[in-house]
Design a protein around this ligand. Structure first.
Ligand code: BTN
Length: 264
């Protein structure tokens, strides 16, 4: 749990010198919304970045595709606000930000559970033993990129909505011991810095690391690419741009965005 973010954890996060500010909330609607408000009210884009927004609970946690994110204590919920000039690479690479962030989360989770079990579901979900453990919501506002991460650390599954409980897991469940969310948070910030800075400097190692953890490779995957278009094919991983490679009997499709509806 993250009942209160201890000062020691804030100090550890700031000590690295990368994160410039930490804003902690016992409860907030959504850390992504809090960061967006900071853009509009206090000119977050002119503040020292990256800035971390982290909450014990969210009352209106948001997922991709307008979904809700179940946000009780025990889930690590944060938004990292980064400037597009100081951190991110060329504009055409921005779509890779979700993949890179997912990789950093996966590498963090792998420090606590059996690393072989940690997989990435394109574009930006993290799975352990076939169940979702983390999701990522990337947004941007006034040249600030908001990397929203929900990572299940130590959940009370008895309180979970049925559809969440059957499909999700958390670090404590996966490693069968209680895990301190503040320890995970500090590790995650270090991993994000390493992964984002490596990617920004042109290091291509992220691609093979991502492919090694790709959940969909070799499976028949059904993807909705737009409101009226769905594609089914065998997944051959991701290409150098992070696009999903799907092969059907006629063709190879490279998908930049989409929603995976099913895989087998
Ligand atoms: C998804 O899997 O659909 C993405 C979920 C992202 C949830 C995180 S929790 C912290 C941040 N604040 C939000 O409202 N959403 C993201």
């Amino acid at each position: 749990m993250l009942p209160h973010l201890p000062q020691t954890a804030i100090d550890a996060i700031l000590a690295g010198g990368w994160i410039r500010e930490v804003q902690w909330y016992p409860e907030v609607d959504s850390t992504n919304l809090a960061a967006r408000r900071a853009v509009n009210s206090t000119g977050l884009q002119y503040s020292p970045l990256p800035k971390l927004f982290v909450a014990d609970r969210q009352t209106a946690g948001r997922g991709r595709l307008q979904r809700q994110w179940w946000s009780p204590e025990g889930c690590l919920m944060l938004t990292l606000a980064v400037s597009d000039q100081s951190l991110l690479g060329r504009p055409e690479e921005w779509s890779q930000l979700a993949l890179i962030s997912g990789l950093a989360v996966a590498n963090t989770v792998a420090q606590f559970v059996d690393s072989q079990e940690v997989q990435l579901k394109w574009p930006n979900d993290v799975f352990v033993s076939g169940k979702k453990i983390a999701g990522i919501l990337i947004e941007s506002d006034a040249k600030v990129w908001l990397i929203g991460i929900g990572l299940n650390v130590c959940m009370n599954w008895n309180a979970a909505p049925v559809e969440v409980a059957s499909k999700a897991t958390c670090i404590s469940t996966a490693c069968a011991r209680s895990i301190d969310a503040t320890v995970v948070l500090v590790e995650l910030m270090e991993e994000l810095q390493r992964t984002l800075e490596g990617w920004r400097s042109g290091d291509l190692d992220w691609q093979s690391a991502w492919r090694q953890r790709c959940l969909l490779t070799g499976r028949v995957v059904h993807v909705r690419v737009s409101e009226h278009r769905e594609i089914v094919g065998v997944c051959e991983g991701i290409d150098a741009q992070g696009r999903l490679i799907l092969r059907d009997e006629n063709d190879v499709q490279l998908l930049s965005t989409g929603e995976v509806l099913a895989y087998s």
